[in-house]
Design a protein around this ligand. Structure first.
Ligand SMILES: O=C(O)/C=C(\CC(=O)C(=O)O)C(=O)O
Length: 316
């Protein structure tokens, strides 16, 4: 299969991809690493399709389409059993594309939504029925406009009653300022991509030590050890059969997996929004997993036990 570059994918009428947009990788390798039975891809997205589920007016980027059908085909190709579909900021608080994917999955997908303070209890109930089990609070300034913390805290209090959790996305330099807010959240708190460490500072940096302290001192905090392709500075890239990709990220993810084996999740992040340098081969991304979770026991927790506990607790 050919590998498209930006501009190759068709786009819904009325939407033009952000300049330089990298489309997701078609024809990924079959992973060499065999995922354990029941493995969950606990961080991925759907984009549109824009013709059916228009992108939000307040979005900061316009992606290529990435439909539920393409996501489910990737799930099966890679050997995952289930997906957790996280609302992407290009859809704002309009959760229809994510909800549609969860409903179409036959129970194989659960979701994380974005909601506003104005969301009604009935709307929250409908999201729950569709499979939503969390809300995402995004603090990455290039992705969202600022929402006052009292609004977010009010939402957290309401969703806590449903047994949901809060997913937080922020950059490492912002953790000190956000610490008090995060540590007051009344739910399980799941950090996206290890809080985006600057890996060039090294695994023993003060910055990463603060993140480890955050997890150590707050047992309700979990982390996704995902997105090496976003965090890596020196690579090598998960392309052309590379079996030892993103070595500079390995010590960070491995440290988190080994210290907090019962509070880690992993996801592909397909279709990889906003990558600037290259688009990884998702099959080779799966081959990254044994580098950060070197034993069968750690792999089972990371890929099956932990995500099942959080997203399908009724089956555990
Ligand atoms: O997909 C991710 O996790 C990361 C993103 C995009 C994002 O969070 C979103 O659009 O909702 C990023 O760093 O641009």
């Amino acid at each position: 299969m050919s590998k498209p570059t930006s501009g190759d994918f068709p786009q819904a009428e009325g939407f033009t991809k952000t300049p330089g947009w990298l489309d997701w990788y078609t024809g990924p390798a079959k992973p060499r690493f065999q995922l354990p039975a029941g493995a969950v891809d606990a961080h991925c997205h759907v984009f549109g399709p824009g013709a059916e589920f228009p992108y939000a007016p307040e979005r900061k980027y316009t992606p290529c389409d990435a439909s539920k059908h393409e996501l489910f085909a990737l799930r099966d190709h890679l050997g995952f059993a289930r997906n957790v579909i996280v609302q992407a900021t290009c859809h704002g608080a309009d959760n229809r594309a994510m909800v549609d994917a969860c409903l179409a999955s036959g129970g194989k997908a659960r979701g994380v939504a974005t909601v506003k303070r104005s969301v009604t209890d009935e709307e929250l109930q409908a999201l729950h029925a569709a499979g939503v089990r969390g809300v995402r609070f995004n603090f990455v300034k290039r992705l969202v406009d600022f929402t006052p913390k009292d609004e977010l805290m009010e939402i957290a209090g309401r969703i806590a009653k449903l047994g949901w959790h809060v997913v937080i996305y922020f950059e490492a330099v912002d953790l000190p300022e956000l610490w008090d807010f995060f540590t007051r959240l009344p739910t399980t708190v799941v950090v996206d991509h290890m809080g985006r460490p600057d890996v060039s500072k090294g695994v023993d940096s003060e910055e990463f030590a603060l993140f480890l302290k955050f997890m150590r001192e707050h047992k309700n905090v979990w982390s996704k050890v995902s997105c090496p392709e976003r965090l890596s500075v020196t690579g090598p890239k998960a392309l052309n059969g590379e079996q030892a990709a993103y070595q500079d990220v390995v010590p960070f993810a491995r440290r988190v997996v080994q210290e907090f084996p019962d509070r880690v999740l992993w996801g592909t992040d397909w279709p990889h929004p906003n990558l600037k340098d290259h688009m990884p081969d998702d099959g080779l991304l799966v081959d990254f997993i044994p580098h950060i979770a070197p034993t069968a026991e750690l792999q089972q927790k990371l890929l099956v036990t932990n995500p099942m506990k959080l997203y399908w607790p009724e089956e555990v």
